[in-house]
Design a binder for this molecule. Structure first.
Ligand SMILES: [Zn+2]
Length: 283
């Protein structure tokens, strides 16, 4: 608080040396920089500077932190819609690595993905390892077939692809052929573990993602998170102990963990970016 001296008081000022002895500036507020700048010439009490920077204290001049959320193997008639609802609720974007076969089954879901501003990545037409990894030409043909399925519904010519099983599945010849044709590979550097054959819990899915993101932060890399919205499944096969049932358990864990994962990333100040040709490589 500032005490001003009135003119009559100026006379008394000479006599009353205690007129200015009241402190002029309150120190201690985290947002009190301007107040500090107005401080009198009297030495200030030492201000405690936190040694441990808090995530919420990101300077506006700091470059944006990007995270890329990717969901593989859809569009799925059940889980993709649930995931889209969650993303919409939080106002964040993701990218969907779609399979041509599933586009034929769920064309409206792909349209919804695009209409709501999410990214689309080519994840081959068949996702059949025996077929696509038979030769470089076989992979290219399958990829192009998926591209046609995407383009016929959305008008998009998607150049980014994700190889089923990841880049290591591609031999040099296939990779070179795809690059020559203008296709760009998308990997990942954070996995949710949602393909656990025993079925992951929501806590495990969240923990895997959170730990992976922290690891990428230490490496100064933009996290590219791998999750699955999943392919179509035959529910009649989902008796206890079957792989199908654990597959469903994984998808349920994904949707249960997703809000917490989004909140974790938002608290860390991430911007949710959509995958495109300029997305930085995962590694
Ligand atoms: Zn896949």
């Amino acid at each position: 608080m500032l005490y001003k001296c009135s003119i009559p008081m100026l006379i008394g000022l000479i006599l009353l040396a205690n007129c200015t002895k009241t402190p002029l500036v309150a120190i201690g507020s985290q947002t009190g920089n301007s107040a500090r700048a107005e401080a009198s010439s009297q030495p200030l009490a030492p201000v405690q500077v936190p040694t441990d920077p808090q995530p919420a204290d990101i300077s506006p001049t700091e470059p944006a932190k990007y995270v890329f959320f990717t969901f593989d193997d859809g569009p799925n008639s059940h889980y993709t819609g649930i995931i889209l609802d969650i993303l919409k609720k939080y106002g964040v974007k993701a990218s969907f690595c779609v399979i041509g076969n599933n586009i034929e089954k769920n064309p409206e879901v792909l349209k919804r993905i695009v209409n709501e501003g999410h990214g689309v990545v080519n994840h081959t037409y068949s996702h059949d390892y025996d077929k696509i990894y038979a030769s470089p030409g076989a992979f290219l043909e399958d990829l192009q077939k998926c591209n046609q399925a995407i383009a016929s519904l959305t008008g998009k010519n998607v150049r980014v692809y994700r190889a089923p099983g990841g880049d290591p599945k591609l031999n040099k010849e296939t990779y070179a052929l795809l690059s020559k044709k203008g296709y760009i590979s998308l990997g990942w550097n954070v996995t949710s573990g949602d393909t656990d054959p025993n079925g992951a819990t929501p806590e495990q899915v969240y923990g895997n993602v959170a730990n992976g993101v922290v690891k990428m932060e230490k490496m100064n890399k933009a996290p590219i998170i791998l999750m699955h919205d999943g392919t179509e499944i035959n529910l009649s096969l989902s008796s206890p102990g079957t792989a199908t049932l654990n597959y469903i358990k994984n998808r349920e864990s994904d949707v249960a963990a997703l809000p917490k994962i989004i909140e974790f990333l938002q608290a860390k100040g991430y911007t949710f970016a959509v995958v495109d040709e300029k997305t930085p490589p995962a590694w």
